[in-house]
Design a protein around this ligand. Structure first.
Ligand code: AMP
Length: 442
């Protein structure tokens, strides 16, 4: 079977060995999820007044050690609010829960977003996020309960508020309904993102006149890291330790597999697939392991590509439920033309180099591969997600690390945090909504 080749890595700059491996050709970078425009209508009535910009960190007076640089970054985040991350003017796409799933997917495609806040018009309240995780649940629901043929028609009729019924049917916990006040320190929002394994955190304000909720925007891991990359070059340049040395990400380590007999995986703990694996099997990995991308490797472990949760959106939007039994090789041919390529790095690259990369292009994860000077260039070594980078920056005072953390643990921790901030309503946890842990969204 022919496999789309990954061309030789192209150095981003002569000084770093972070590489971009385009899966096909020189394609344009995907559009950002929030485009510059006017404030969304949902924000009308917000009490927030934009402060004069003070994003840029002032130049450092001396060289910093690695730990001093981390501390300086944390202080930077403590002195900025979540709102500071956003440009003066931006557009927000909010989906009404009455909207049909098909329409929602069309809107998301039109505006180039992969998730959106939900608004319940009946209660005039924020109703959570619609994310790729919901789409994956839909797929699994149809796999278990319906025929492939009926699925496409059903989804045309299905409304967003029914997503929670699907979770019940699948016996998966509903995502905790978290939000943060836009003026809350950015550092707190980051800790929240880490604790809850969320990839995004909606910013909710109160209308000054009615007291009702106002969705301001959605803070993502990517936006936070981009904000740091753009404004803290004077600090990030000192983050010179290698990513593997710092333990950022997850690395191939078959010797630590607790059950190699029943669960053989030569890339343990990484989930991988080959070009012959079916899309459905990969979707199952996403869901089971709470991950959003799976490296595609050849028999020697060389990374050929990456299949991501957002790729599933393309299939479903095309009404292609039957496409789930396609092989990855076939599915990759349906990939959107603006797929930006797989970003790789070597285990010897530094966090400083990664920030330089985030500054110039959209990165959601890096596949760590052996470098050109190693015995097997391009061989899978590990994977670094934005959540791994966030954890490295914010520190390990967050007791909820690790995948698959139990629902009760997250619930308890969040409620404790809520109690700590009693009298300060800026951390808005919606009543009775937290019943589960796991990743919040996709
Ligand atoms: P992500 O889903 O990309 O936000 O990643 C969540 C966590 O899972 C991070 O700690 C990643 O390092 C880890 N991770 C991401 N992809 C994989 C994978 N294919 N196999 C195992 N762990 C992964």
């Amino acid at each position: 079977m022919s496999q789309p080749p990954i061309s030789q890595p192209i150095p981003i700059s002569p000084s770093v060995s972070l590489n971009r491996q385009p899966s096909t050709s020189n394609r344009p970078i995907r559009r950002p999820s929030i485009q510059g425009s006017s404030y969304g209508t949902a924000a009308t009535g917000s009490s927030i007044v934009r402060r004069p910009s003070r994003a840029q960190h002032p130049p450092m007076q001396r060289a910093l050690t690695h730990n001093e640089a981390l501390e300086a970054l944390r202080n930077f985040l403590k002195e900025r609010s979540s709102y500071d991350v956003f440009p003066v003017s931006f557009r927000l796409i909010v989906l009404d829960t009455q909207l049909k799933v098909k329409k929602a997917l069309d809107v998301m495609l039109l505006y180039g977003v992969v998730s959106a806040p939900l608004w319940n018009t009946a209660t005039a309240k924020f109703a959570g996020m619609f994310t790729v995780q919901d789409v994956i649940h839909l797929i699994q629901y149809y796999y278990h309960t319906s025929s492939w043929e009926g699925a496409t028609t059903d989804v045309e009729q299905f409304r967003l508020h029914s997503i929670r019924d699907i979770e019940k049917a699948l016996v998966v916990p509903p995502p905790p309904l978290l939000s943060v006040h836009p003026l809350r320190p950015l550092y707190d929002a980051c800790r929240y993102l880490i604790r809850t394994h969320a990839r995004r955190l909606p910013l909710i304000d109160r209308d000054t006149q009615t007291g009702g909720e106002v969705v301001i925007s959605v803070l993502t891991q990517y936006r936070v890291l981009k904000f740091i990359a753009m404004n803290c070059r004077d600090i990030t340049q000192y983050l010179t330790a290698s990513v593997q040395e710092m333990g950022i990400g997850n690395y191939v380590s078959p010797e630590s597999n607790p059950d190699p007999t029943n669960n053989p995986n030569k890339y343990y703990p990484l989930a991988t697939a080959t070009m012959q694996t079916t899309v459905f099997d990969v979707v199952h990995m996403f869901s089971e392991q709470g991950i959003s991308a799976v490296p595609i490797v050849d028999s020697e472990g060389k990374v050929l590509n990456l299949y991501e949760t957002v790729d599933v959106i393309t299939l479903v939007r095309n009404g292609a439920y039957t496409s789930l039994d396609l092989t990855i090789s076939q599915a990759l041919k349906q990939r959107a033309v603006d797929f930006p390529g797989v970003v790789t790095c070597s285990p010897k690259d530094s966090l400083s180099a990664i920030f330089s990369l985030i500054k110039i292009r959209r990165v959601h994860r890096l596949v760590v591969v052996q470098g050109r000077d190693d015995p097997n260039p391009g061989k899978l070594v590990g994977i670094i997600s934005l959540s791994d980078i966030m954890r490295a920056l914010i520190g390990h005072d967050v007791p909820l690390g690790g995948a698959g953390v139990g629902a009760e643990v997250v619930d308890k921790a969040l409620r404790e945090e809520e109690a700590e901030t009693a009298g300060d309503d800026s951390f808005a946890l919606s009543e009775g909504s937290i019943s589960a842990g796991q990743s919040l969204d996709g």
